[in-house]
Each structure stands twice: as C-alpha cells, then as structure tokens.
Design a protein around this ligand. Sequence first.
Ligand code: GDD
Length: 409
Amino acid sequence: KVVAVIMVGGPTKGTRFRPLSFNIPKPLFPLAGQPMVHHPISACKRIPNLAQIYLIGFYEEREFALFVSSISNELKVPVRYLKEEKPHGSAGGLYNFRDLIMEDSPSHIFLLNCDVCCSFPLPDMLEAHRRYGGMGTILVIKVPPESANQFGELVADPVTNELLHYTEKPETFVSDHINCGVYVFTPDVFAAIQGVSTQRKDRANLRRVSSFEALQLPNRSLPADFVRLDQDILSPLAGKKQLYTYETMDFWEQIKTPGMSLRCSALYLAQFRFTSPHILATGDGIKSATITGDVYIHPSAKVHPTAKIGPNVSISANARIGAGVRLVNCIILDDVEIKENAVVIHAIVGWKSMIGRWSRVQAEGDYNAKLGVTILGESVSVEDEVVVINSIVLPNKTLNLSVQEEIIL
Ligand code: GDD
C-alpha cells in the first residue's frame, strides 16, 4: 500500500500571498477553478494501491472540513486533515503523525508541498524509486541559473541519479537543478527524522550540563521537534546512497505570490485541455460569450453573450459578467460583479468586488514583478470609468479615482 501526505502549512506562513490569504487558507485558493491543493490530490489518485491522503497543517480544522469531505466523495479516495498544534517544520510535521500514517503499513509514502504547480508524475517517480532502491527519491527540474537560488539546489550523479550534494537556497551558485518539493520515501524516513531530533536533544542537554562545551557548540536554538526536510534531512544524507533524483521535463512552478497563482492557473487550464477538456468553456451555443483559449466558468456564473473572454480566465461561483466586458488573463473570484464594457487584463479580482461601467483593471502581466499583476482584495469597488493599473488594493476599498503603481492600504 501507498500513502500520500500533502504539507499545507498554516496561517503564519504564506504571508507573501496577501491580500488573498486574508480570506481563505492559501492551499484552498482556486487555480483553474479548483482549490490549489485539489491538483496534487487528484494527481495522487493515479498512484497504484493508494490507501489514504493526509493533509498536514496548522490551520484550524474547520477551514478544511468541508473541502476534505467533498474531495473524498468526488475522488473516492479517503482524504483526512491532520492539525498540528504548532509548526514542526516540513519533516517534523510528518513525524508528528507517524503512527497514524503507518496504520495502513504503507511500503511507500509520498510527500508533497501544497504550493507547487506541476504535472506530478507520481507513478513514474515510484517506479524509478523502486529501481534505485534508496530511502527517498526527489522530483527535480532544471531552471534558468539566475532563478535557482530561490530553491534547494542539488547535484546528482548523471548515471545513477544518486543525490550527491544538496544546499537550500544558497547564496552562491551550486547548480541549476532544483528540488521541486515532491518526494517518495520508504518508512525509513521516520528513523532519519528521529535521528535529527535526538541529536538536537543531546546537544541541548550537553549545553545545560557543561558550560565549557556549550561555548564550543553553535547555539542552534531550534526546538528538538522542529525538523526541516531540506536542511536537516536532505543535506546531511546527500552522497550516502540513500537519496536519488527523478527529473521532470514537464512544467513546474512555485506558488508564493498572487501573481504566480495567475501563471499557475494558466498552466493547469492548459493541462485540462488534455486531461479533462469537458471542464473548459467552449463558447458553443447562441447564448454563450465569445471564448478564446483556455477558460473556466463556474456553472453558477452569469456571463453576458456579448462578453469576450480569454485566454487564461477562470470565473468562480455566482460571478456576473455584463454586456461588452473583455476579460484576459485573470481570475474572477466568487460573487464578483463586472458591469458593462469594463476591461480586466492581467488581474485577480477578489470575492464580492464590483467593477463599474467602462472601467479598466489591468497590469503589464510580469508575474515576478511586485505590481506586475493587479490584485483587488475582497469587496473592493471600482467605480464607473476608473482605471486601475499595476496596483494592489486591500479589502473593502472604494476607488473613485484612477491609480497606477500603487498599493492602496
Ligand atoms: N504542516 C506543516 N507544518 N507544513 C509546513 C511546515 C510546518 O511546520 N513548514 C512548512 N510547511 C509546508 C509549506 O506549506 C510548504 O508546502 C512546504 O511545507 C515547504 O515549505 P517551506 O519549508 O517553507 O519551504 P519552501 O517552500 O520555501 O521551499 C521548499 O520547497 C521548494 C519547492 O517549492 C524547499 O524544500 C525548497 O528546496 C524547494 O525548492
């Protein structure tokens, strides 16, 4: 049997995702019309002999309850949310629930970060992992060298794929191959995490009993039960024939900012074209709006037939899109109203917001720039004929004057 664990973090993480994470835990923010964590969960469904999927995080349980029960029904795989009392780090969180995870006596455990967007080639990884015969296999990808330092950089043996060297977010360049945040392990990983934890406890005790030795030791003030997968497990185990890599040639992105969520929404919509084209809007029928490229429209949204929509647009529940509206590369969240002839380009429009007639909400569309995508928080009103360019607007604001390159607090 196989078990999958998805690390979802908690409210003190994901701060770069503001203002969108004010309303909803980041893992539930919709990409291509589905909660972020829906995408890795549905990828897990393709793992042979999958017994359970666990989401581990320190958000309140009630925030995930509805999602977990509806996705379990939809995919016919049991999904459970496990709440940590406090953050234990990416490996400590897993270790904290080892007894539950081992209940099904799994031979393998997948571990996935919730904030990565990729094709999750999990069955292929598992097959490679069995061939390598190590404790763990890491999904890796080659990225442009100038962006590698935002991730864990690693070096692998080109023939055996063994992980030879690993450094988390190094200051000087190590490699353009990076850690994708998707792993498969044997249950031996628990012993490795326990080893780190025990070492920490011993060091802390030593510091207490001997002040002389304490001076010789670096003061690592991390608590014994806080273990990071990357720095504390991957780095020390590199080059010991226990960890291997599996390289993906598909797409991969990390979702830390609202701007990147727009980019990832596009990647998942494009994937739907191959995996589940029925989810995408077709634009067929006399009452349908004009659709170009990949577009998702929730069945409860009302879109006027004279609107023109796409490419890369996702429209959530109960949104109302008026006559002559133009939407390009944007995410429109629940209960938004966009009035006649308004234009939205490279933007995310928050829950219950309103955009007035002939208004424009737009940006240049640079996903990595701070103001490269315009973001409206919840319940923002943009009055008629107002232009909002390259800006972030916090919740509950009313804009009656045009703004450019501004953060409206
Ligand atoms: N439950 C729980 N508890 N989850 C956590 C905790 C914790 O204490 N700490 C982090 N996470 C989750 C986050 O929500 C995220 O999904 C994942 O673990 C990794 O988060 P970080 O540890 O903050 O690392 P990162 O995202 O900056 O970088 C990691 O992922 C990159 C790929 O996206 C590293 O492993 C990098 O090497 C890697 O390139």
